[in-house]
Write a protein that binds this ligand. Sequence first.
Ligand code: GRF
Length: 205
Amino acid sequence: MINLAILISGRGSNMEAILRAIKKKKIPVKPAIVISNKPDAKGLKIAQKLGVKTAVVESLGLKGGSWEYDQKLVAALEENNVTPKNGLVCLAGFMRIMSPEFIKHYKGRILNIHPAILPAFPGLHSQKQAVEYGVKYSGCTVHFVDEGVDTGPIILQAIVKVKDSDTEESLSKKILKQEHKIYPKAVRLFAEGKIRTKGRKTAIS
Ligand code: GRF
């Protein structure tokens, strides 16, 4: 069975959606560890309530994308038996860029959720960018993580309609509802070995 690690920095609602789906036996993975880079991340308490082990690997002062920090992450992951052979690392609101070394180590085994229809609006504040741009539809994307920012092969996307009256907050809420559906689904597809990647395309069987 796959050993799942979820990395968070804050609220942890996507993490919760995944953990609840696992509890309901909808995803055949073992939730090995939830790691936060922030000691006060709300998601840590939620994970503990759900009976999942948590750890804090503090990133204070360590630059995003640096191997110096990511090496500590790898140590914590491997201590919990999340390895390049049997592991899956889900970034769920983890507010750091991963280093090329980390991505190479867990090649093809790191997923992320992004609150926009990639390749539109990568990076931060995607919902604000979408509202300001005036798009009629936005949504969310689950993708593999590669060396770029939100550029890896796309696994699943869901769309929402953007109304004239939508604000960053209202759009974020609508998108988040969809995130909670497609992220657990993508983890299940991965766990069931149903995702094939060829170049930057994925095929789901
Ligand atoms: C989500 O909108 C996700 O798409 C983005 O960060 C936010 C995390 O929210 N990457 P939560 O911590 O899962 O509630």
